[in-house]
Ligand binder design. Structure first.
Ligand SMILES: Nc1ncnc2c1ncn2[C@@H]1O[C@H](COP(=O)(O)OP(=O)(O)OP(=O)(O)O)[C@@H](O)[C@H]1O
Ligand SMILES: [Mg+2]
Length: 331
């Protein structure tokens, strides 16, 4: 079966130049920020791919490229067999994709209209996509959706501010499910929640995935959350995917020094009592990235080629890695 999502050598640059007149007067060139560079991966139907990496590494930009909020500067994005570029030209195709692909954001406060009752918030996608027109059937469906996320039909009468953070995130999930989607993109969906509530929402999302056969792209900088929810993990650094593979492979036997650094910084997943090492160094300025491998200034394994050229992505030990040191270490 074809993967649900395919990214082929996708790049996204933003023009962050000063206004034209200033640029001309100050004789400055145009400036481009490479938010995402040459990213390729697949997401298979029914699986959860998690993207991790420090702030600014391009996770949300990848999400926006997949939903079609951004067009790639280079490369192609295919969702459910549809090339996003050609889908954008056709209103029917883009409407169909908007129904199939839904996004859940970090801040349910900002993404739920405070003036709408919860029932109307959840019903909105159904109305937009004209999935149900009969009012009684619509009420029934809204009650069912609230039930999926462990809320009651009565909760539909209330407003978002009457709920806790975790409940509000469940309302966002109910709304996302309203259009019968196949694919959910979850951008830091639980980062704003307490740890215990976080676990409840994650478990709910896992249950819903199993029951409805959903495919997830899950974005988080919390590796424990990712360990809990993902089937496969992609590690991003400064706009590139540096390591991607099965969760067990990537977490159990990381090959990229950056993956290792991220894993060393979290409390031991296996509880062996090993001390944690905080993530060292800072992410370079994306407007002025280092030559060669962008990670080389922070890398404990750097050697001669690392500041000369960029490592190609190579498949070995069951995952894809872009690192000279890892490649050299592997016979
Ligand atoms: N619309 C935009 N215009 C200019 N630059 C942008 C824009 N959107 C993102 N960027 C830049 O692109 C890079 C990647 O940003 P992105 O939001 O994708 O990172 P992220 O991994 O989601 O970070 P975070 O963990 O903080 O959410 C950053 O350097 C960011 O400043
Ligand atoms: Mg983000």
């Amino acid at each position: 079966m074809n993967p649900f999502v395919q990214l082929n050598n996708v790049s996204k640059t933003f023009d962050v130049s000063a206004p034209w007149l200033n640029r001309v007067l100050e004789r400055k060139p145009q400036t481009f920020l490479h938010a995402v560079s040459d990213v390729s991966f697949d997401i298979r139907r029914g699986e959860t791919l998690a993207l991790v990496g420090e702030s600014g590494c391009g996770k949300s930009t990848v999400a926006r490229l997949i939903v079609g909020l951004y067009a790639p500067s280079q490369g192609s994005v295919t969702v459910d067999g549809q090339d996003m570029k050609s889908a954008a030209q056709s209103t029917d195709a883009s409407r169909a994709l908007r129904r199939k692909v839904q996004m859940i954001f970090q801040d349910p406060y900002a993404s739920l209209n405070p003036r709408w009752r919860v029932a109307d918030i959840v019903a909105e996608p159904i109305r937009t996509h004209k999935l149900i027109t009969d009012p009684a059937a619509l009420d029934k469906r809204v009650a069912e959706l609230l039930g999926f996320v462990k809320l009651t039909a009565k909760d539909g009468e209330k407003y978002p501010h009457q709920f806790s953070g975790g409940q509000r995130q469940r309302i966002s999930i109910a709304r996302a499910l309203a259009s019968n989607p196949e694919f959910l993109i979850c951008d830091e969906p639980t980062s704003a929640l307490d740890v215990s509530v976080q676990a409840q929402v994650l478990n709910l999302m896992k249950d819903l995935q199993r029951e409805m056969g959903l495919t997830y792209l899950f974005i988080s900088h919390n590796l424990q959350v990712v360990h809990h929810i993902a089937d496969r993990v992609g590690v991003m650094y400064l706009g590139r995917v540096v390591e991607i593979g099965d969760k067990r492979e990537v977490f159990g036997n990381p090959q990229h020094p950056y993956t290792r650094m991220l894993l060393d910084a979290i409390p031991d997943l296996k509880m062996t009592g090993k001390a944690r090492t905080p993530v060292a160094g800072e992410v370079p300025n994306p407007l002025n990235p280092p030559a060669g491998c962008a990670f080389n200034p922070r890398c404990p394994k750097r050697f001669a080629p690392c500041d000369q050229s960029r490592p190609q992505t190579v498949s070995f030990k069951g995952r894809d890695v872009a690192c000279f040191a890892a490649q050299e270490a592997t016979p």
